[in-house]
Each structure stands twice: as C-alpha cells, then as structure tokens.
Design a binder for this molecule. Structure first.
Ligand SMILES: [Zn+2]
Length: 610
C-alpha cells in the first residue's frame, strides 16, 4: 500500500517549531512480534566505488533499548511465526543527512518522524493550502524475505510510477566519454566533437551495435535557460540527426542542467525572482561547459513549472524523448518567496527546507512532462555525492548512476601530470568492477533504474608490468556486454574507432539480448562471488519461463562451474569457452574456461537469426 496524508484546515493555522525543530510524527509501528529486523539504505555514498550503493543493517534489542535513530528508508521485519513486512518512505538525501527517520523505542516501536525541513516555522495551512506529506509504503506477504524483496522489486518496476517508459530496458549511448577523451587524451575542447558530422557517423555505428537511445551530452545547446540548438555546432539544427535516428527506429536524448539559465537568456530575464541565493545573495554567474555564463535558478520556485514547459516544447520541436539531468545538488537556495520559507524564517531554515522540497519539485517537473509526453524518460545524474537519492525520484524517473567512478583523490593519489583524475576511464576489467559493484540494488530496486555506461572498445591500450601495449582484442567488449545486460544498459566511448568486427560482435550480442531483455528486467537477481573475484556470477532468469542470462566474470584464468538456481528455457547461446548441459530438474550446468581475465555470457530462450 502506498499512501500519504494531507492536512487541511477550514481556517488558516500555522505549523510551528516550538523548540526550533520539526514536530511531526508520520506513523508508528510495533515490531514486537518480529525477531529479525533490518534497515535497508539506498543512499550511502561509497568512496571506494565513488557511487551510491545499497546496504543492509541488522536491527535488534540493543538498538531499541538505546533509542537509536535509523534513516532507512526501508525497514524489513520477519519472524518465525509472522509473515514478512516492510515500511518505507519516499524521499531522498545522502546518508546520514536525514530529513525523515525512524526513532526506535524500548517497547520495540519504530516511529517515522520529520527530522528537519519538512515544513517551515509559521507555514500556513488553510482552506486552499493543505499540507501534503511525502508518500509512504507498507507491504506484507506470505512467504519469506526473498519473496517480499522480489514482490517489492516488481512493485517498483511496474506500479510505483505512471511514467512507464522509465522502466523499459532501452540500450543507451551517450557522447560524454568521447568528449572527455577528446579533452584529456587528444587535448581538444569538450565540445569539439559535438557537431553534425561526427554525430551522424556515430549514429550509423550505434545503430549497427544495437543502441536504442542516442544521447547528446553537454554542448548541443546554444545556452542554458533557453535550450535552443547551438547554431555554431549544428547549423542545420538537430533535424538531420533526428531524421537519421528515425530511419533506424532510434530515440534522441539530450543533456540538461535544470538549475541554471544563461545570464542573457529569456528564462533568466523572466525569472529574476527565482534566482537561487546563498546568504541572501544570488550565486555568481559561471560558465557551463564552455558555454555562456549562467546563474542558478530554484526548481522549488515558479521556475520549475517554466522549465517543465521548456522540456515539453523540446519534445515537440526537436523530438527529444530522453532527458539527462545533471548537476543538481541537494542544497543551493536560501531565498524567501520561493515556497521554502519566508522572510520570517532564518536563511538556514530556508536552505534546509529547500533541501527537503527539492525532490518533490523535480518530480513535479518530470510528472508534468510525462503527462504531456508519455514517451519521455528523465534520468537524474547521481554520479556525485550530495544528491537527493532515495525512493522519491524513482516514483517519476530513473537514475544515472556512475560517471567514471573514483578519482585519484578518492584514493589519496596525486593528480597525474595530464590533470585527468578519472581513474576508471580505460577499457579493461577494472572499470566494469566499479560499475557492477552497486548491482546489489537489484534485490530491491530494478537494475534498469540505474543507467551506467560500459566501454565498447576493441582497439585500446593495455597497461601492465610490461608497459603499454596497443591491442585489438574482443575481451573488453565481452566484459562490457556481460555487464550491461544485467540491466544498467549503457555504453559510451569512441564508436568510430571500434573495428567492423567489433561493431558486428556487439550488434549480434545485443540482438540476442533484446530477445530476452524483458525477462531479464523482471528477474530478481541471483548473485554469487565478490565483484572482481573468480568467479563472480550473476543469474538473471525469469522464474516464470526460464528465459534470461547468466554472466560469469573471472580475474584468474582456469575453469569454473556454475549451476543455475532457476530452470532454464531451451534456446541457449554463449560466447567461447563455455559448455552448457542440463540436469534432470531442468537447471543448467555451466562450465566455463577462462584463458585470461574476462567474461562469459549465456543467454537462455534465444534463437539465432531473429
Ligand atoms: Zn529557492
């Protein structure tokens, strides 16, 4: 069950904070009859992987007896005599920066409370101004915890949002990695490759590789705020690009920073009252990726609605359906008059209230866009910490999870001579370890909601004890394909440098993947072995029909055996070095021989030549 409250009053009344903090209990539940309780967090930021990762924490008597506060957002409880149960709230912020939390008490109750910013002191509730709370979720099921996790996962996939396109396993390509290579490896500008000629060439290759959505990252626009196509980089507009994509049945995606508008833009001129402030002063204008200087606008203010209209215009005029939203921090505005506090509140209170309301403001934009244009998908970039991560945004869109993973300074390493601090920027097994590390989300939240890009190179430099060596080799491609088919569904890199054989290899494998990707999307994960270990196995098979995939990764050469948990469908395809047999119960026994570090893929339920 998903529910929220609206507080109404026939005469205007004020919400207050007598002791300076929020006083609001949303719900309370007794967990006395459950002997196994866990807190599931979705917004811990791991510096090891430089990404958000899920984590589970046992809760027992010592926590209740010491009045411990848990951020959640999900508590799951089960017992020998009791069916499993969960409660959750829909909001978003990085652990431990809680806006809501569960307070435990010695009588084994858990009370979900407002922690900060849920309202501002003096906020009016009146006949035409109800106070609305975040959404809450409660679920119970016959079965065990795994049954509950699988049902919850299905709920998030199928029922949490009306914006159904966000749940489909499209395969994405994004131009950003090549823009970074251009900057760091070839000493050009980030935007040098952002032009019609290069994009048309890339689209041809992307089509042959099996890409569904082609995303132009930053630089396609003239200036922020007024998101018109750059006349310098695309003199004919995006028409020729859209036409080519249409010819291939592909979709167009574009990059946005929703919180900025160029100083000379119409959006800026018409929304001066919406400028974000810090200490009551607007932020200084700053250049946005080699384009005109911009200032920050507040999505909680009336500007949010205007930004939604701008996106709807772009759907209609340019044909974009995928929107990548970048660079939205949790905090940023302490202005009065935007709906997150008045002159009567302190700047600090308005700042915190903005942080609380930001996620709902973002969701309003997405929901307005998707109501007008049901084909739209919005992806919120959470590749850095301090972003509003949790269940709230997933009720409207999806996440863009990882850029390049850790930087040099995450590992206390000096900045290299070329200034490029991206450590996991190179083809080979390591980037894929980083990107697969957060796949633990897939137990509760479908992996299709965490777009991550793998590198498709088959011509690259291999770095090792013997020095640097140029290689032409399919292994990096197999690692990337075996990783992305687990649901993250993205690639980026230098498409024009991939060999014809490499392009064909990718296209063939993704063609097989497309036959079973809907099954993989609905499948709960079975995972054995640590990321980077030997072997690391991911089974994603639809229990209802046996269709899906098993991917095995190994860092050490040798032979490994895996027996599937699920029965498998006929129609097996695998890459080299794999033998598949079936046991009497219909499960698959996979024997895989690795001559080097790499990946094996076994699809079930596919046919060649479809
Ligand atoms: Zn504001």
């Amino acid at each position: 069950m998903r529910f929220r409250y609206a507080l109404h009053s026939e005469t205007p009344v004020r919400l207050t904070k007598p002791a300076g903090t929020d006083v609001l209990d949303y719900l309370s539940v007794s967990l006395a009859e459950f002997d196994r309780i866990r807190e599931v967090r979705f917004s811990e930021f791991s510096s090891l992987f430089h990404t958000f990762c899920p984590s589970e924490h046992p809760v027992d008597d010592r926590h209740f007896e010491n009045d411990v506060r848990l951020m959640g957002p999900l508590l799951v409880a089960s017992g020998a005599e009791t069916a499993p149960f969960l409660i959750a709230y829909e909001h978003g912020s990085q652990v431990p920066d809680a806006f809501l939390a569960y307070d435990l008490a010695p009588d084994r109750t858990a009370t979900l409370r407002a922690v900060k910013g849920n309202y501002y002191d003096g906020q009016i509730v009146g006949p035409d101004r109800p106070f609305g709370t975040p959404w809450f979720q409660i679920a119970g099921i016959d079965g065990d915890e795994d049954t509950l996790a699988a049902a919850y996962r299905e709920y998030v996939l199928t029922y949490l949002t009306p914006n159904a396109e966000s749940r489909k396993p499209y395969i994405f390509y994004n131009t950003w990695n090549f823009q970074e290579r251009n900057r760091w490896w070839y000493k050009n500008a980030y935007l040098d490759s952002m032009n019609e000629e290069r994009m048309l060439q890339e689209i041809d290759v992307a089509h042959r590789m099996g890409i569904d959505v082609f995303v132009l990252d930053t630089g396609w626009y003239e200036k922020t705020g007024d998101w018109h196509v750059s006349a310098a980089r695309f003199p004919r507009g995006l028409g020729p690009i859209k036409e080519k994509l249409d010819g291939y049945g592909m979709k167009l995606g574009l990059w946005f920073n929703p919180t900025v508008a160029a100083v000379s833009s119409r959006m800026h001129r018409e929304h001066r009252d919406c400028l974000m402030t810090r200490d009551n002063k607007p932020h200084d204008p700053h250049e946005v990726w080699e384009t005109e200087a911009s200032q920050s606008l507040c999505l909680v203010s009336r500007y949010g609605d205007a930004f939604a209209d701008e996106l709807i215009r772009l759907v209609r005029e340019v044909g974009v359906t995928y929107f990548k939203w970048d660079a939205i921090g949790q905090y940023g505005c302490d202005a009065a008059g935007h709906g997150h506090g008045t002159e009567a509140n302190t700047p600090e209170e308005r700042r915190v209230c903005y942080g609380f309301q930001l996620g709902a403001a973002m969701a309003r934009v997405v929901d307005k866009l998707c109501a007008a244009c049901p084909e739209a998908i919005v992806d919120f970039d959470i590749t850095e910490g301090g972003r509003t991560v949790g269940l709230q945004f997933l009720a409207s869109g999806k996440y863009f999870l990882i850029n390049n993973g850790p930087y040099n300074h995450d590992f206390q390493m000096p900045v290299p001579a070329d200034g490029n601090v991206n450590l996991f920027f190179y083809p080979g097994p390591a980037r894929a370890w980083i990107c697969r590390a957060p796949l633990g989300y897939d137990k509760w939240l479908p992996s299709v909601l965490f777009l991550t890009h793998y590198l498709p190179d088959d011509v690259y430099t291999r770095h090792g004890w013997g020095g640097n060596k140029e290689v032409t080799d399919p292994e990096n491609q197999w690692i990337s394909i075996a990783s992305l088919v687990l649901g993250q569904n993205g690639i980026w890199g230098d498409l024009l440098r991939i060999t014809d054989a490499g392009v064909a290899r990718f296209g063939h494998a993704l063609g097989l993947y497309k036959q079973v990707r809907d099954d993989i999307t609905v499948a709960s994960p079975v995972r054995v072995g640590a990321v980077g270990g030997s072997p690391e196995v991911h089974e994603k098979i639809n229990a209802a029909n046996g269709r899906g995939v098993v991917c095995l990764f190994a860092s050490a050469s040798g032979s490994y055996t895996y027996v599937t948990e699920n029965r498998v469908a006929p129609g097996v395809w695998h890459n080299d070095g794999v033998t598949v047999t079936h046991d009497p119960r219909g499960r698959a026994r996979i024997d895989a021989r690795f001559d080097t570090a790499g990946a094996k893929i076994v699809f079930f339920g596919v046919r060649e030549g479809m």
